[in-house]
Design a protein around this ligand. Structure first.
Ligand code: CDP
Length: 231
């Protein structure tokens, strides 16, 4: 059967990754978390002291860009691929609040976007891919056969992220996550290069009151219809 590209964009913590992963597993497609790539670049900048609370040396980051190697690797024991930064598995580290606080400024840098978008294009060359992020339906794959734009109210999103991080054993407060989610939404929607916006042909899904299973079935049906060219 013909394979398609599924682009899932939306605000922070709307459950994009969850549904993207479910779809990829079901359809036997590749899943790519583009946010993880921006997080990995932010981690690199933090580790090399190019970035801190009151300082960002953009020139140093730019001159180091060619030395940043980002890959996804999946081992048999894993249910999804992990992200590697210069050969090191950084899947856990990139999900901390420490990185969340610095990722959106890094994502405003056009040279960073250019590098990551080029890797993303490469991964989609054979189609059969579900990618989630902020600019997938608008910039990375403007011709994607199915585009979903996910939204949910900010309190629901904060609570989801809070529970997720607490489950992973991280010490976080509802309040700091609420602030981080709001701050990233603002930066992501107002940046000049590739801001988060709904593509004209994207289908909007508000999942404030939908559970993961129902949401999965709604979006899976859309994907099946697109694959069979019914819609
Ligand atoms: O999972 P969560 O919603 O917290 O965010 P993410 O998908 O891991 O993305 C982290 C950050 O990377 C976002 O807040 C954006 O600033 C940036 N990003 C982007 O600019 N473009 C993408 N395609 C994906 C993420």
């Amino acid at each position: 059967m013909e394979k398609i590209i599924i682009a899932i964009d939306g605000y922070s913590s709307t459950g994009k990754s969850t549904v993207a992963r479910q779809l990829a597993n079901y359809l036997n497609y590749i899943y790519v978390d583009s946010g993880a790539m921006y997080r990995a670049v932010a981690l690199f900048a933090l580790q090399n002291n190019f970035l801190s609370k009151d300082h960002f040396d953009k020139d140093l980051l730019l001159s180091s860009l060619p030395a940043i190697k980002i890959e996804f690797k999946k081992e048999n024991t894993m249910d999804h691929a992990n992200i590697y930064l210069n050969g090191k598995n950084v899947e856990k580290e990139i999900r901390t609040m420490y990185v969340s606080d610095f990722v959106s400024p890094i994502a405003t840098v056009s040279e960073v976007r250019k590098k990551l978008v080029s890797i993303q294009h490469q991964m989609g060359i054979k189609k059969g891919i579900v990618m989630d992020g902020r600019d997938i339906g608008t910039v990375v794959f403007p011709d994607a056969e199915l585009k979903i734009f996910m939204t949910a109210n900010t309190h629901v999103r904060t609570l989801r992220r809070y529970n997720e991080l607490i489950e992973k054993g991280q010490k976080v407060s509802y309040d700091e996550i609420f602030k981080n989610v709001q701050k990233r939404d603002l930066m992501d929607t107002t940046r000049v290069d590739s801001p988060l916006l709904k593509a004209n042909d994207a289908i909007e899904v508000d999942n404030s009151e939908t559970n993961r299973e129902d949401q999965f079935h709604i979006i899976l049906q859309l994907a099946k219809d697109r694959i069979a060219k019914r819609i």
